[in-house]
Design a protein. Structure first.
Length: 237
């Protein structure tokens, strides 16, 4: 049995299939991450056109089959192409890294619309922002939280509760005071401004991200994500 499904989705990757077709891996709102067979997509003048470019948000119609993991794509209409991100080498690199991490974090059939919405917000902001590195850091930080590892940054020292804690423990996932950061591995010593920025990064509107994060904050975010997501530096440079 098969059923027709309509859903918005984001193209994560594609690969060639046989002589003239493609398999597109798509993160959808309704059915999570899926693989779609686009018959004839590699032929000149294919009806799918640019809809299967990575990073494109489409309105998809596809046939879901209960006993198969590869479903058949019927149509794909572009909602937002994000073409400008693919035309600029710097933003193309960020786009590719975001989609690679999104693939790693998503599971077949598992719906996570908060992660989907975060990704779209970051990609939309990247089209007009000059803060591509900061937006990438924000994506890593929030995506890690949405995957089940939210940092404890709305309190003082996570050991004793002291409010003046400004050091961040990667392994414990929160701020620690000077006393409880002694001998602790993977502790980042922040200044007050960096602490405040890290706290704001969890809920500031994506479109308000300007400039660039300090190298300390960027390293903290990436190390935190690698530690808790069990990822390596190839996935999160």
């Amino acid at each position: 049995m098969s059923r027709l499904v309509r859903s918005e989705g984001l193209v994560l990757r594609t690969r060639a299939f046989r002589e003239s077709s493609k398999i597109a891996t798509v993160l959808t709102r309704r059915t999570g991450r899926i693989d779609l067979l686009a018959r004839g997509a590699r032929k000149p003048g294919s009806r799918f056109g640019a809809a299967l470019e990575i990073g494109t948000e489409d309105s998809f119609i596809y046939y879901e089959r209960e006993t198969k993991t590869l479903w058949t794509l019927s149509s794909a209409d572009i909602l937002r192409s994000h073409q400008s991100l693919r035309e600029n080498p710097a933003t193309l690199t960020v786009l590719a890294r975001i989609l690679k991490l999104l693939y790693y974090l998503s599971q077949p059939g598992e719906v996570n619309n908060r992660l989907y919405n975060l990704t779209l917000a970051v990609l939309n902001a990247l089209e007009t922002s000059k803060a591509s590195d900061a937006l990438h850091d924000l994506f890593i930080w929030r995506a890690t939280a949405l995957s089940g590892y939210p940092p404890r940054i709305d309190e003082g020292c996570i050991v004793c509760g002291k409010s003046e804690a400004i050091n961040f423990s990667v392994s414990q996932g929160g701020f620690v005071c000077s006393e409880h950061s002694q001998g602790e591995k993977n502790v980042f010593r922040l200044n007050i401004q960096e602490r405040d920025i890290l706290v704001r990064l969890s809920d500031v509107p994506v479109g308000e991200i300007k400039g660039k994060l300090s190298s300390t904050l960027s390293r903290l975010i990436r190390q935190y994500a690698r530690y808790h997501l069990h990822a390596d530096e190839k996935l999160i440079p």
